[in-house]
Design a binder for this molecule. Structure first.
Ligand SMILES: Cc1cc2nc3c(=O)[nH]c(=O)nc-3n(C[C@H](O)[C@H](O)[C@H](O)COP(=O)(O)O)c2cc1C
Length: 405
């Protein structure tokens, strides 16, 4: 993920591009000279890239190079596994991996987070910062978890079985000392959802689930199953309310009133997270109704075109509700430095979506763990170099020029 990940990884991003050329993946150098257009990326990889990578698990230590290469072979053209996952090549590809419509929401996420700069401070004696956080009584080795990414069939080209994918995400996150999250597809029947819960149960419930904003009755039905699986918490991705067209016949997805959100809170003892909050007003309502978390998120730019970057709205929302509710954040978090930026801007914990889709497809559970551990190492380095001792208390002074969002 970092341009400079070489030690122990075997291949950095630039090496990945070069390797692509050597393996007959022509014209990839277009990306290396900064031509970041959808067309350039489109030209970069032919549809039938040869399966050149050694499969994971043959006694060889899995490297990030292996993961990215295999992910690209499996996911192309739905995901080109671009050197920078910025929403350009895949703009408009929903279903798929992109942002909806013009793709602006996804691109905004990437560009706004990339524009935040860090102040380096190295006159200190701190070499071992604290990365650990406790979320709903569960200790995480870092404030980074997987986001929910659903649709191995319609978004990711059916290159893994749903069960393999969910196993990779929950297992890999746990291996890296974190927690995974599994999705609820609009078109998924209850038995598909139950299959994901069975996997969560096999991991002792150490993970979270999302539920689409279906009817109250359907949501509560799923909450009972989530409780039974022993999950840490659950979220409703309320921003999926506009995707009714993809719901199965007879199913509804709908916006929720404060009263309905309260009903969900009251229906269970599990922490309830409202995913897809982009305004201070709705964040305050989430607190008032008794939710235990919000995810500041525009759903990776996949639901409403032309949304601002989620990082743009994060500081104001965090200033209004942090300490009263757990503030999760997602939207183009690609590196440990991104995590640190978001913590400085008020997030308690970051969720990572597309990078783990690559991890799972490129190396299964091990690939996800590799990605997650890379976030951890990069975060640790960034904390040392900004003089940040503790992820639970990150100063905004580490943001260069203050907040210019
Ligand atoms: C392929 C794909 C499928 C997704 N499916 C879901 C979903 O079913 N439920 C949900 O709440 N969010 C879903 N998301 C959104 C993610 O949870 C998250 O908000 C977003 O991906 C974060 O941005 P990032 O991928 O740039 O890290 C999906 C995202 C992608 C890329």
């Amino acid at each position: 993920m970092s341009d400079l990940i070489t030690s122990g990884q075997g291949l950095d991003r630039r090496g990945f591009i070069k390797n692509g050329v050597a393996a007959g993946i022509g014209a990839v150098f277009a990306a290396s000279v900064g031509t970041r257009t959808a067309q350039a990326a489109e030209a970069a990889v032919p549809a039938a890239a040869p399966a050149a990578a050694a499969p994971a698990g043959l006694g060889k230590k899995l490297t990030m190079g292996d993961v990215l290469r295999v992910a690209r072979e499996k996911l192309y053209p739905l995901c080109r596994v671009c050197p920078e996952c910025d929403g350009v090549a895949c703009a408009g590809e929903v279903p798929g991996m992109g942002g909806i419509g013009s793709g602006k929401g996804f691109k905004n996420n990437y560009n706004a987070l990339a524009a935040v700069e860090l102040v380096m401070r190295t006159f200190h004696d701190m070499t071992k910062p604290n990365l650990a956080v406790t979320i709903y009584g569960h200790k995480l080795e870092m404030p980074v978890m997987s986001a929910a990414t659903g649709g191995v069939t319609y978004n990711m080209g059916n290159k893994m079985k749903d069960s393999e994918y969910i196993n990779a995400v929950f297992g890999g996150c746990l291996d890296a000392g974190s927690l995974g999250m599994a999705a609820d597809g609009i078109g998924d029947n209850l038995d598909v959802y139950q299959g994901r819960l069975n996997i969560l149960k096999s991991f002792g419930g150490k993970g979270m689930m999302t539920i689409k904003p279906k009817s109250q009755e359907e949501i509560i039905k799923r909450i009972r199953l989530i409780e039974e699986a022993g999950a840490v918490a659950f979220a409703v991705d309320i921003d999926s309310a506009g995707r009714a067209a993809r719901a199965l016949p007879g199913q509804i997805v709908e916006p929720k009133t404060a009263k309905q959100l309260e009903e969900i809170v009251k229906s269970t003892g599990l922490p309830f997270i409202v995913k897809g909050v982009m305004t201070v007003e709705e964040a305050r309502i989430a607190v008032e109704v008794g939710a235990k978390g919000i995810v500041v998120s525009n759903h990776g730019g996949r639901v409403l075109d032309y949304t601002p970057a989620s990082v743009t709205v994060l500081p104001r929302i965090a200033d209004a509700v942090r300490g009263k509710i757990t503030v999760f954040f997602d939207g183009a978090v690609r590196r440990g430095t991104d995590v640190l930026k978001c913590l400085a801007l008020g997030a308690d914990c970051c969720l990572v979506g597309r990078p783990l889709v690559r991890g799972a497809h490129g190396g299964g559970r091990e690939g996800v763990a590799l990605m997650m551990n890379l976030f951890k190492r990069e975060l640790m380095d960034a904390m040392v170099l900004t003089g940040t001792r503790d992820v639970r208390n990150v100063s905004r002074d580490i943001i260069a020029g203050g907040i210019r969002l």
